[in-house]
Design a protein around this ligand. Structure first.
Ligand code: BES
Ligand code: MN
Ligand code: ZN
Length: 503
C-alpha cells in the first residue's frame, strides 16, 4: 500500500473513497463537521449534514457511516468517521478514528482513498506525529498473517493507495520526513509481527539468522552469525546451557547498520530470541504454552527496527545482537542446580531452567561491550511478573542511567508505544544470592520482573544500559491472538532522537 501527503480540496479529489471526520457536538443533529467535511458538505449542497441529521452516525469515536453517490463530490464514496466530543479529542480518539476508517476500507472495493484526518489538532502534537500515527495505525489494521492457511479466507483488500489530504496546513518537509519514517517503521513492525506469529517449527534460530541475512542483503547491512562452537570458544557458558536440551542449532546474530558519522558510537539493541520456551526441565504448565512461540519477540523487534532504520536511511549507527535458541527439556538439558560460567566470568546457579532469558541475555550483553556502544537497550519477553505489574499497556523499563530512561520514555510517548519505569535498586539484589555460585538465576516470587532486571544489571555495569520487558506488550492473546509488532515504533523513534531528530 502506498501513502502520500497532499494539500487538496476534498470535494475535488477523484478517489474511490473520501474519508472525513465528524465531531459529536452541540451543533446540527449533535454533530460538528471538521474543516474538510464542511468544505465537502458545502460542495454537496448540505448532503452530509442531511445524512447526519437522520442520526445515522452513532456518537462514539470510531464509528463510521458510508455514503454513495453524494452530489457535487468527485469521489465515488464518502466515509464519515466519528471523532467523539471535540473537547475530549486527543491521541486515543485520533488513533481510534484512523483504525476505524482503515477497518471500513478493508471491506470496500475502493482502490484508493483520500483521508482528511491528519491535520486535526491532537493536543499539543504536530503534523509529523499525526502522519506517523496515521500510517502506522492504517498498516496495522491491514496487516494479515495467513501464509500458513491453505484457504485464504477473504480476498485481499483492493486498497492500493492512501492519500493523507490536508486542508488546514501545508505539506511541510517535516511531514514528508515523518511519512518516510512511518512507512519504514511499518515495514519493520510487519516483519516483527510475522516473525512473532510464525510458529516455532518454522521460526527456528536458523530462520531468524536467514531473515537477518536477507535484510542484510536487501539493505546493505553487515550480518554476522556465530555458531554453537563460536559461543563455546568465546566462553558463553550461560547461553550454551540454555540451548543444550534442543536439537535446533543456536545462532548469535549480529547486524551492523552504518548510517551515521564514521566515529559516532553505535546504539546497540539486544533482543531475546527464544524461538520456543517450554521452560526446559523446569517445564511450564500446558495451558497457553503455544504462546511461548512469541518468546523471540525481542529478537523480532531488533530485526524490525534495523530494517526500519536501514529502510529510511536513518542518520545513526545501530547494531542488533540476537542470541537465538530453543529452551527445551532433553537428555542434554541443563538441570536445576547446575552452575555455569558466563562470558564475563561470573558464575550462575541455575535454580530454575525456565528463567532462561536472562541467561542468554547476560552473555549477549557482555558481548555488546566490544562494540564500544553509546547505549545498549535490551528487549525481552522476560517475565510473567511484568504482565501482572503493567498488564498489556506499558512495557516495563529499567535503566542504570536516568537520562537514558527519560529518553526511552519520551520516545515511547512520541511513538505511542509506551513504557513505564520500574526501580532497579540495590536493595533487590540480595534476592539473587546463591550458596554455591556468584548468583542464582531466580530471585523468588516478590518483584519478579525487578530481580530479573537486577540479574542483567550485574553484566552491564560498564555500559549505559536499559532493559525493556515486553512480556505484556509483544502479543495479544485470545480471539485476537497475534503479535503487536511492539516495540519497533519505540526503538525507531529512540534511535531517531539519538540522531537529533526530535519532534
Ligand atoms: N518467557 C518467559 C516469560 C513470560 C511468561 C512472558 C509468560 C510472557 C508470558 C520467561 O522465560 C519465564 O519463563 N520467566 C519465568 C521466570 C521465573 C522462572 C523466575 C516467569 O516469568 O515465570
Ligand atoms: Mn522461561
Ligand atoms: Zn522465556
Amino acid at each position: 500500500m502506498e501513502f502520500s501527503i497532499r494539500a487538496l480540496s476534498p470535494e475535488q479529489v477523484k478517489t474511490g473513497c473520501l474519508v472525513l471526520g465528524v465531531f459529536k457536538d452541540g451543533g446540527d443533529a449533535g454533530t460538528a463537521l471538521t474543516r474538510a467535511a464542511q468544505g465537502a458538505d458545502r460542495a454537496a449542497g448540505g448532503a452530509l449534514r442531511a445524512a447526519l441529521a437522520q442520526g445515522d452516525l452513532p456518537a462514539k469515536a470510531g464509528s463510521t457511516l458510508l455514503l454513495r453517490g453524494v452530489p457535487g463530490i468527485a469521489a465515488d464514496r464518502v466515509l464519515l468517521v466519528g471523532l467523539g466530543e471535540q473537547k475530549e479529542f486527543g491521541a486515543q480518539a485520533y488513533r481510534d478514528a484512523l483504525r476505524a476508517a482503515a477497518g471500513a476500507l478493508k471491506d470496500l472495493g475502493a482502490r484508493d482513498a483520500a483521508v482528511f484526518l491528519a491535520d486535526l489538532k491532537v493536543g499539543r502534537r504536530g503534523l509529523p506525529w499525526n502522519v506517523r500515527q496515521a500510517v502506522l495505525g492504517w498498516r496495522e489494521t491491514f496487516y494479515r498473517f495467513d501464509q500458513l492457511k491453505t484457504q485464504k479466507k477473504a480476498p485481499s483488500p483492493a486498497l492500493a493507495s492512501v492519500t493523507l489530504g490536508l486542508v488546514a496546513a501545508p505539506v511541510t518537509a517535516a511531514a514528508q520526513h515523518a511519512l518516510r519514517e512511518a512507512i519504514a517503521t511499518a515495514d519493520g513492525a510487519d516483519l516483527a509481527r510475522t516473525l512473532g506469529n510464525l510458529p516455532s517449527n518454522h521460526c527456528t534460530p536458523s530462520h531468524l539468522a536467514e531473515e537477518a541475512k536477507k535484510i542484510g542483503a536487501q539493505f546493505r547491512l553487515e550480518v554476522e552469525v556465530l555458531e554453537r562452537r563460536d559461543m563455546e570458544k568465546l566462553g558463553m557458558g550461560a547461553l550454551v546451557s540454555v540451548t543444550q536440551g534442543s536439537r535446533e542449532a543456536p545462532k548469535l546474530i549480529v547486524m551492523h547498520y552504518r548510517g551515521g558519522a564514521k566515529r559516532a558510537k553505535p546504539v546497540v539493541f539486544v533482543g531475546k530470541g527464544i524461538t520456543f520456551d517450554s521452560g526446559g526441565i523446569s517445564l511450564k504448565p500446558g495451558a497457553d504454552m503455544d504462546e511461548m512461540k512469541y518468546d523471540m519477540s525481542g529478537a523480532a523487534s531488533v530485526l524490525g527496527a534495523l530494517r526500519a532504520l536501514a529502510g529510511m536511511r536513518a542518520p545513526v549507527n545501530a547494531i542488533g545482537i540476537v542470541p537465538a535458541c530453543e529452551n527445551m527439556p532433553g537428555g542434554g538439558a541443563s538441570k536445576p542446580g547446575d552452575i555455569v560460567k558466563t562470558l564475563d566470568g561470573q558464575t550462575v546457579e541455575i535454580l530454575n531452567t525456565d528463567a532462561e532469558g536472562r541467561l542468554i541475555l547476560c552473555d549477549a550483553l557482555a558481548y555488546a561491550r566490544r562494540f564500544d556502544p553509546e547505549v545498549v537497550v535490551d528487549i525481552a519477553t522476560l517475565t510473567g511478573a511484568c504482565v501482572i505489574a503493567l498488564g498489556h499497556v506499558a512495557t516495563g523499563l529499567f535503566a542504570n542511567d536516568q537520562k537514558l530512561a527519560d529518553e526511552l520514555r519520551a520516545a515511547g510517548d512520541e511513538a505511542w508505544d509506551r513504557v513505564w519505569q520500574m526501580p532497579l535498586w540495590e536493595d533487590y539484589q540480595e534476592q539473587l544470592r546463591s550458596n554455591f555460585a556468584d548468583m542464582a538465576n531466580i530471585g523468588g516470587r516478590p518483584a519478579g520482573s525487578i530481580t530479573a532486571a537486577c540479574f542483567l544489571a550485574r553484566f552491564t555495569k560498564a555500559l549505559r544500559w536499559a532493559h525493556l520487558d515486553i512480556a505484556g506488550t509483544a502479543w495479544r492473546s485470545g480471539r485476537e491472538k497475534g503479535s503487536t509488532g511492539r516495540p519497533v515504533p519505540l526503538l525507531v523513534r529512540f534511535a531517531m532522537r539519538q540522531a537529533g531528530r526530535k519532534d
